[in-house]
Design a protein around this ligand. Structure first.
Ligand SMILES: *[C@@H]1O[C@H](CO)[C@@H](O)[C@H](O)[C@H]1NC(C)=O
Ligand SMILES: *[C@@H]1O[C@H](CO)[C@@H](O)[C@H](O)[C@H]1NC(C)=O
Ligand SMILES: *[C@@H]1O[C@H](CO)[C@@H](O)[C@H](O)[C@H]1NC(C)=O
Ligand SMILES: *[C@@H]1O[C@H](CO)[C@@H](O)[C@H](O)[C@H]1NC(C)=O
Ligand SMILES: *[C@@H]1O[C@H](CO)[C@@H](O)[C@H](O)[C@H]1NC(C)=O
Ligand SMILES: *[C@@H]1O[C@H](CO)[C@@H](O)[C@H](O)[C@H]1NC(C)=O
Ligand SMILES: *[C@@H]1O[C@H](CO)[C@@H](O)[C@H](O)[C@H]1NC(C)=O
Length: 797
């Protein structure tokens, strides 16, 4: 097994010569690749890095899907360098933002070709940058100039030059080795006095490039050791061959392999000891020597065997030194893996390990079954996304690669989802290489590429169907959809009334309550906290609204997660004045010349204004709810109308004021004689009753006359006491329907005894006779169906 390029330390970039160091921008329409330099010269065996950067139009929202390097085309498509067996294990790609690097290690002269970079976007665009980077891989060599005339074993001076066909920078520092031993010279050339057995080798100091082959100072026979490989890697447990070519000017007395890393076990640290005697290698090393080639075989490799190995020989007069680098062995545990590399003709599979090269022999497996006839590190067959693939080398087997397996989206937490909850959807597909995820809501792709979709505070707008797709280089698979339904308690309901203009009694009115809720709310309508309606409907309807429907309404919306009351809505129903009620003050006897106040009151919305009329007079007597007649006279008696009016209508009530000032001045209107007779009879009856009471009260010492003992009404005035005092008068206010034949008297109540107080001496009992309103339909109420009769005492002089 030949050593493959181990990854050298980062600083170990090969000696690289930039013959042309100009920025080359290639491209059109903002698509382009810029190479830092287009020609690079590098030393054989070293590692080179080739850099470029790329651009594409920012107006396309593409992301770069793939970047790779290529040197050749196959079916007009570039072949990814990683799938080319010649480079197996020797190339590495890296990209940082839009700058990419190709690293090729263990350079061979056959690597001297043109390298180009290509990128593709997820929108399908692709671009490869010409002219690419032309790489030249050249060896270093020691050239000897000047005199080589030697006499016997003595030679003269000669000039030694470290040469490269890459033109080296003038200031480079060099390393020189004479017979394997480093000498103290740093210039590219120097003169030495040398002997025929001596050999020379040079290297560039700044890089850990391999040194040039050793050359004999004189002739073709001299002391040399040349290692076949700079570095070798092998799997743990396997065996490895490390070999070198050597020659000696004299006959060799001893030769062996050693490792400087074992020096602490030597008796003298400056005296290397044969590896065969080292207990760590007991039974595991075997050296074979044949015609100038020595091969060290180490079997059953351990990771601790990773070290640099050197060959040494001695002659009676000479000892080969070992500052010249030997062969570095790296023992690795399994790192075999199948690399999946996308190509335009489908996925390509590479059996990859840092240790393997194209010379290794592999086995390939499909669904665990070996595929006959596949030996190459690069799988040659068609890749089916339904199958899994693995490769093996010796006893090592890679893990299989496969497209995403079927999967489903899971949700945490389970159960009802409430607004503001934290909810996580997880899409997890078994896939190797690891899948990349894409989330969808409905048909819309989300900008989330994680396997988890996290809602830290979920909102109703997040409700919907979600699914995800998983994709790797071998295939793509999509999950079933999951449904997210975000529940929430009803929001503050909004209430509206239709029509929105003024509401008039009798019209049709609709109240609507509307509240956002999930699940949908059911509704309850309240009027002043009394339930009106309950159910899924949010509408409350009045076919013909009445004044009693005035008031504050609110609704409650409720679902299983909560309930919310709306603000209250004042429903203002407008209506014309109801039949006004009128009253007279004082309610006691009115002395001629005193003042009388008439008050009218009617239920109306908006509030009514009032106008007072007197019978047979055209112009109104007064406006306002209260009408005061100062200095009441007999001629003031008669019918008064109180008209209540708002913009919805008007309504009259009638009041009779009758002045009673003795028989000669009966104020009673002819139409009511019958009524007055009834009153008289009634009054007489009451008078008799009270007379008895009055006697008792007078004996208790009250100087005043008990006015309750007297009922002086109308014709009864003749019975009045001849005192100068104003006669107390009881009067009755009687309401009549206009159609007097319909009058009902059933409601007549006797005057109530009043509490006797000094201020109320003139207290008047009165009786109210109320009658049923025969026609209560609104349209007929405008008539002055009711009259209020008041009998006013007229002072006698
Ligand atoms: C690019 O993406 C942005 C934001 O996602 C969007 O507003 C814009 O329309 C996209 N442009 C194109 C050309 O797709
Ligand atoms: C490999 O296995 C998958 C499922 O595990 C199956 O669908 C496929 O057909 C198998 N392929 C072969 C070649 O057997
Ligand atoms: C959700 O969160 C918002 C903002 O923090 C808060 O105002 C609201 O009351 C919360 N809603 C629920 C249902 O918890
Ligand atoms: C909503 O209003 C009703 C009736 O006024 C009351 O009984 C209930 O407590 C109120 N509910 C809330 C949540 O305020
Ligand atoms: C309204 O919803 C609540 C909560 O879901 C329920 O308890 C109630 O019975 C419902 N009322 C009607 C009338 O549907
Ligand atoms: C009373 O109200 C009516 C209707 O609003 C109006 O036309 C009238 O002028 C008012 N009368 C008085 C005296 O204010
Ligand atoms: C009320 O009475 C007055 C005076 O008689 C009259 O002018 C007016 O039209 C009456 N109004 C109604 C509504 O009957």
């Amino acid at each position: 097994m030949r050593g493959a390029a181990m990854s050298l330390p980062a600083a170990a970039c090969g000696f690289v010569l930039f013959l042309l160091s100009l920025q080359v921008i290639q491209g059109q329409n903002n698509w382009g690749v810029t190479y830092t330099s287009t020609q690079i010269c590098a030393v054989k065996g070293s590692t080179v890095e080739i850099h470029c950067s790329y651009t594409y139009p920012s107006r396309i929202n593409a992301t770069v899907a793939r970047t790779f390097w290529f040197t050749k085309l196959q079916d007009k498509e570039p072949v990814d360098l990683r799938t080319d067996s010649k480079y197996l294990g020797r190339v590495q790609y890296s990209c940082h933002e839009k700058s990419c690097t190709l690293r090729i290690s263990d350079l061979r002269e056959s690597d001297s070709v043109v390298y180009k970079f290509m990128f593709t976007t997820n929108h399908g665009g692709k671009y490869s940058g010409s002219p690419g980077v032309s790489l030249s891989v050249r060896g270093l060599q020691v050239q000897i100039r000047g005199s080589r005339s030697c006499f016997s074993k003595t030679c003269t001076w000669a000039e030694l030059k470290c040469h490269s066909s890459c033109s080296l920078p003038g200031r480079s520092s060099y390393l020189w080795y004479k017979n394997g031993e480093k000498i103290n010279k740093e210039t590219s050339s120097y003169s030495d006095y040398f002997y025929p057995p001596d050999s020379y080798s040079c290297a560039l100091n700044a890089y850990k490039d391999p040194p040039s082959p050793s050359v004999c100072g004189h002739g073709h026979s001299c002391n040399t050791v040349m290692y076949t490989d700079r570095s070798v890697c092998a799997f743990k447990g396997s065996s490895v061959d490390i070999s070198c070519m050597y020659s000696s000017y004299e006959s060799i007395t001893s030769k062996f392999w050693f490792s400087p890393e074992r020096s602490r076990r030597w008796q003298n640290p400056s005296q290397p000891e044969d590896l065969s005697t080292d207990s760590q290698y007991t039974g595991r090393v075997h050296v074979e020597t044949e015609r100038g080639r020595s091969t060290l075989r180490i079997s059953d490799l351990r990771e601790s065997d990773s070290a640099e190995y050197h060959f040494k020989f001695k002659t009676p007069n000479f000892e080969w030194r070992s500052s010249l680098p030997g062969t570095t062995l790296t023992v690795t545990d399994q790192d075999l893996q199948v690399q999946v590399i996308w190509s335009s003709t489908g996925p390509k599979l590479i059996c990859h390990s840092s240790c393997l090269t194209d010379r290794s022999s592999f086995l390939w497996y499909k669904n665990g079954t070996m595929i006959q006839g596949e030996r190459s590190p690069s799988y040659g067959g068609q890749v089916d996304p339904a199958d899994s693939y693995s490769c093996s080398y010796q006893k090592y087997r890679s893990t299989p690669v496969y497209a995403p397996k079927p999967f489903s989206v899971s949700r945490t937490p389970p159960g009802d989802i409430m607004k503001n909850d934290s909810v996580t959807l997880t899409c997890s597909s078994d896939a190797n290489p690891e899948a990349k995820y894409t989330w969808y809501k409905g048909n819309q792709k989300l900008l989330i590429e994680e396997p988890q979709l996290v809602f830290s505070s979920i909102q109703p707008s997040d409700s919907g169907q979600y699914y995800c797709s998983a994709q790797n280089e071998l295939g793509r698979r999509t999950s079933e959809a999951v449904f997210i339904n975000v529940n929430y308690a009803p929001m503050l309901p909004s209430v509206s009334v239709s029509p929105s203009a003024e509401i008039v009694e009798g019209s049709s009115v609709t109240l609507t309550c509307s509240s956002d809720a999930n699940p949908a709310a059911n509704y309850t309508w309240y009027k002043e906290n009394q339930i009106l309606l309950q159910g899924p409907e949010s509408i409350y309807h009045f076919t013909s609204i009445s004044s009693e429907d005035r008031g504050n309404y609110h609704c409650k919306s409720e679902n299983e997660f909560g309930r919310t009351n709306s603000t209250s809505l004042l429903l203002d129903v407008q209506y014309g004045p109801k039949l006004p009620s009128v009253s007279v003050s004082p309610s006691a006897e009115i002395v001629e010349g005193s003042s009388v106040t008439l008050t009218c009151s009617s239920d109306a919305n908006p509030a009514a204004n009032y106008t007072w009329y007197k019978e047979n007079e055209d112009s109104p007597k007064a406006s306002g709810q209260i009408f005061t007649i100062t200095d009441f006279r007999a001629e003031h008696s008669g019918k008064y109308y109180c008209e209540a009016q708002n913009r919805r209508g008007r309504q009259n009530s009638t009041l009779h004021l009758i002045v009673v000032a003795g028989a000669w001045k009966s104020a009673a209107t002819g139409t009511i004689t019958a009524v007055l007779l009834v009153i008289l009879l009634l009054a007489a009856f009451l008078w008799i009753r009270r007379k008895k009471k009055s006697v008792t009260q007078q004996s208790k010492g009250g100087e005043r006359l008990d006015n309750r003992a007297q009922i002086n009404m109308g014709t009864a005035a003749t019975q009045r006491q001849p005192t100068e005092q104003e006669d107390d008068l009881n009067y009755s206010i009687i309401s009549f329907p206009q159609n007097q034949e319909d009058a009902l008297y059933s409601n007549i109540r006797p005057p109530q005894p009043r509490r006797h107080t000094e201020e109320q001496d003139d207290g008047v009992d009165y009786t109210t006779v109320k009658t049923e309103n025969a026609s209560s339909a609104p349209g007929t109420r405008r008539q002055d169906d009711f009259a209020l009769y008041s009998t006013v005492n007229k002072t006698q002089h």
